[in-house]
Design a protein around this ligand. Sequence first.
Ligand SMILES: [Mg+2]
Length: 375
Amino acid sequence: MAALSGHTIERMEFRKTTRRYPRAVGWNAQRGPHGKDQDVHACRIFTDQGASGWGFCGASEEAPRRLIGRKLPDLFSAETGADFEARCLDIALHDLAGRILGQPVWRMLGARAGNRIPIYSGAIYFDDLNPQGEAPGVERLIENCRQDAAAGHAHFKLKIGRGAKYMERAAGDARDIEVTRLVREHFPNAKILVDGNDGYDPAGACRYLDAVADCNLYWIEEIFAETEDGLRVLREAIRAKSPATLIAEGESRHGRMQDPAGPLGKWEESHVDELIALGAKKLIDVLLMDIGAMGFTAWRSVMPKVQAAGAQGSPHAWSEPFKTYYAAQLGCGLGSVPIVEGVFGTVDGVDASGYTVKDGMLTLPDAPGFGMTLH
Ligand SMILES: [Mg+2]
């Protein structure tokens, strides 16, 4: 790209700041509580031509600093993203390139889905439970849905799998059904997504699906640790009981950690190939690899294969609001992202007001790069 070619990375600034949720987030089938505030790190890059861009990144300054003095086109291409050696600045380099080119990232990626994308609230956990004290009950969970609806959400992802760890199996399974039905009753037009965090087995998943078949679930995410045989059982049950429901998989690496990070970040390439192959067999509809841990550039490289398999993607975005925005930029740019995971909250010193949520749709800013300001 001619416009990027005259720039050399001249210096960097690193910042530690704090992400804050509007309410504390509790438990899912595997772990909790997920808390309220968290340290996060950002890096701003400056070029010798006076351009700058920034992004959230890891805590280490060592790897990014090694890129000072390098020519921008040797590290980044608008067509393919960050070179492997520059992945530590994947987000900041996309922001920088967008600012130099005068384009929002979603447009730089192709604007295949415009600048608006459906979003769900990803912050409804086991809000009826408190394994460390008095249980607030299901009314609290509905209150939290209402709080998110007041913030512009229309769709909700419910954590299920209470019977895996935090309740007796039968009582937990019954509560999952009760909560699903209750949210459907209170929000008749909502897309309801459910996420088991692998807290069921295939037979239990089928029993759950049978009990909520009339709730018109939008998707079922990681209800058990995926196997081809298990997914075939689930697909059959969906065909019979709830044919519009999507199967979403691929957030969990099941201990298969790529370390050090490879071309697909912390995902083994063979694992992603297997997930895409399951997509081609119509056993997974939506792939969920994390926008941060797999990476923005990695998702750009994987999405064409996902599309060729006839599947879709929705990069996992918990636990940071900015990950929602990055996933949405990717989805609007490349298409094939039916809905993004909404993570609520703010980050001290960051103005993300260009992103707005209304009636279950996230609208992206027209501003260059990711359209967020770091003060
Ligand atoms: Mg999940």
